[in-house]
Design a protein around this ligand. Sequence first.
Ligand code: BGC
Length: 924
Amino acid sequence: MEKILDWEKYLAKAAETVSEGIVMLKNDNGALPLDMNETVSVFGRIQLHYYKSGTGSGGMVNVSKVTGIVDGMLEAGVKINEELLEIYRKWDEENPFEQGDGWGGEPWSQKEMPLDDSIVEAAAANGSRAIVIIGRTAGEEQDAKTEPGSYLLSELEIDMLRKVRKHFSKVIVLLNVGSLIDINNINSISPDALLYVWQGGMTGGTGTAAVLTGKVSPSGKLPDTIASEISDYPSDAYFGGKDRDVYAEDIYVGYRWFETFAKEKVLYPFGFGLSYTSFDIEPISISGEKELMFAFKVTNTGKYPGKEVVQIYICKPQGKLGQPARELCGFEKTRELKPGESQNITISVNMEKLASYDDFGASGYQYCWVLEDGEYVFYAGTDVRSANKVYSFVQDKTIVVEKCSQAMAPVTVFERVKPQKHGEAYSFIMEKAPLSSVDEDKRYTEGIPDEIKYTGDKGIKLKDVKSGKNTMKEFIAQLSDNALSSIVRGEGMGSPRVTPGTASAFGGVSDELAGFGIPACCCSDGPSGMRLDCGTKAFSLPNGTLIASTFNRELVRDLFIFTGTEMKANKVDCLLGPGMNIHRHPLNGRNFEYFSEDPYLTGQIAAAELNGLHEMGVTGTVKHCCANNQETNRHFLDSVVSERALREIYLKGFEIAVKEGGAKTIMTTYGSVNGLWTAGSYDLNTVILRNEWGFKGFTMTDWWANVNFRGNEPKRSYYVPMIRAQNDVYMVCSDSAGVDKDIISALEMGVLSRAELQRNAANILGFVMTTDAMKRIIGEADTVKIINRADSEEDSNEPVIFYDIDKYLKIDLSGVKCVKGQNHAFALTLKEPGWYNVTVTASSTQSPLAQIPLTIFGMGTPCGTLTWNGTDGKPVSLSCEIPLFSRFSAIRLYFAQNGLALHDIVFELVKAAENMDLAFASED
Ligand code: BGC
């Protein structure tokens, strides 16, 4: 069947998402919407460099056109102070945007343009309104810091705000950031309006302009609590440690902490967000027992059309376990209501899903999900603080909802928060977190499945299992140890077996496997859209925090139907996202990719994304499971967390994604949780994910992750503990087809059984059978026709050429046209990973003062920029050194200007890395 991907509609849906995710914190003095007859002055250099997303795998989407906020406003017909814009343009040319170098090398903020009072005063003569845009990016391998230019505003930004405030009567501040930043300095100048516009992807400016102009009333709600000071966040004392991060605040994360123990520290509560209009919310009825149905009538009582989110919070009895004062347990967003219009909405709350995990036995039911006896009170409203009591009931005895076994519990002694309730007030004590008493070896040994007897090739192909002609067991019985050892190792990055420039291939990653009719399937980063390192353009989506702020499952699902169609068109089976770690602390470098401090909201939004992708027969890989809440030393950090906090907070979102979103693939983390690197955790991968939640898909490691056996040092490419844990696929290896000696010798020595490899293979193949890659083999795959996409966005469709290189390679570039804004891409298959000297020879007939830069990207990351001046037409060679560590390395030459005649490019090995698969280790 042919599917149609209408690019215009995709853009419109993403812009709608942006408009709905923008959170308006303040709007006084009639600052917004803008007056379309008045000229607006826009301040802040980021107006010229809209942050569509953060950096790293959550942001590396090659996109032809990003509509920034000013572009969006101009398109919407806003009159912009052109003179001021020109001043910024000129200054920006003289002070170019700092790109930074390498992976995550982009600075997280840019130097602001110093402002003269006279410029601001002159601008103010044009109209009463000023918009100030503050921007921040973020990314992998480092966290934000409580420093100017990072979490805090820089001196120049503060100065800009002060000067603008002095001269303008209406000051609107827009935060183009991935997640929370400090707003004290902003508030100190008393802006009239303050909005988190987040990072809205390639069409962010269009969605933002729709809100600014009043075409859409803001309806986004805060997915995180805004506290006065960073030190007010309960994890602050522990976050950022090098070796260990103790989760002493336990389940009291975000609003669970603030609403229980520190109400006065909150500037803006969780769930808060203003609209241009106002709403009345009237409870109509509450029915049901196990499944409570709350019905409300929502009426738009204001002057603008708008949407509202009704949120339900529960306060459970303190019981023996202790509980936060509020927990989000349901929400629904209305459709757009016209002034005066009403809508009845129903929110269902399943009591069993509200159970708490007793990790100690305090309730009398050790390792069980329980609903303790006592009074359950429900609150409804439009944020956690103002929600009013709507219902309560008393349960006379403790109910056990599910019996589990202790899993992933801490092995390090530490104390955690336990509330004490005095009337309506709370205080807390610290209690010892229960430690693990599990005999992990015994548990693992008992879980080893039966071996399927090896039959050799019986001619059964995977399609025979798909059609029901043969069983999966019969199929697996044919796979040799070599084949089994290949299938648990994904190949990448940039494997030539799949779509060029993607993160990995899995499934049919060797000729032997392919011979059984197993297709090679493809994974591509990431949460903000497809990362195709060879330069193929893709759609850049709004960031995770923005998407969560919409509180709109249907909208998110619809957006991801488009993304699913785009993946299909690019033969990508798994998008490596959503990222769904908890916003435990505002400084986490990857918060921008993740959704919220709340696990219920996180799970609901992830499930909505998955439901959209699944409509198109592709999927998202939910990551990073679990407790990947800090980037500092992320490969080696041990998160020390109670079992209760893991299950109720850090795993909860994943559980919802599996149970309600039907997640088919999961990525574990780089770091360790309670002393064991998650990729080798049997408790996580087998006991919790599969035995308890019924997860049926396959799990993969993070890229080049460390794995260990308890008590041993972690290592990369350490497959044996991973296979035993049932973390099915190691991502990634440079050559999955090659025999892995460690696996084979572990089989020979009995450290590993063939049965475990067979079990993991069945998990992987179970998923592979559902993919388009499989459908292509049997001739049943859909095709996708993309319509209404501007020519500039389209790809050349030319196949990417792979060149073999053994220490030295020269490629003729004389046929390559150097066109401003375009790329030339190819890929290398390296014999030797390491540092390479790259020399590009080119000539130009332009003036001696012309600047013609060419940026070299290796695996999607800018590695160096070479800039030519006019050369009188003579060949000039420029060089830089770049790291090439992946056997398959996508190379992209990006031309920032016209006017270069390319001659050739030479790669020469300067310093070899020791081992291909471990090469990345040397980069740390
Ligand atoms: C990130 C993952 C990502 C992977 C592949 C890692 O650095 O942590 O989220 O999917 O790289 O690019």
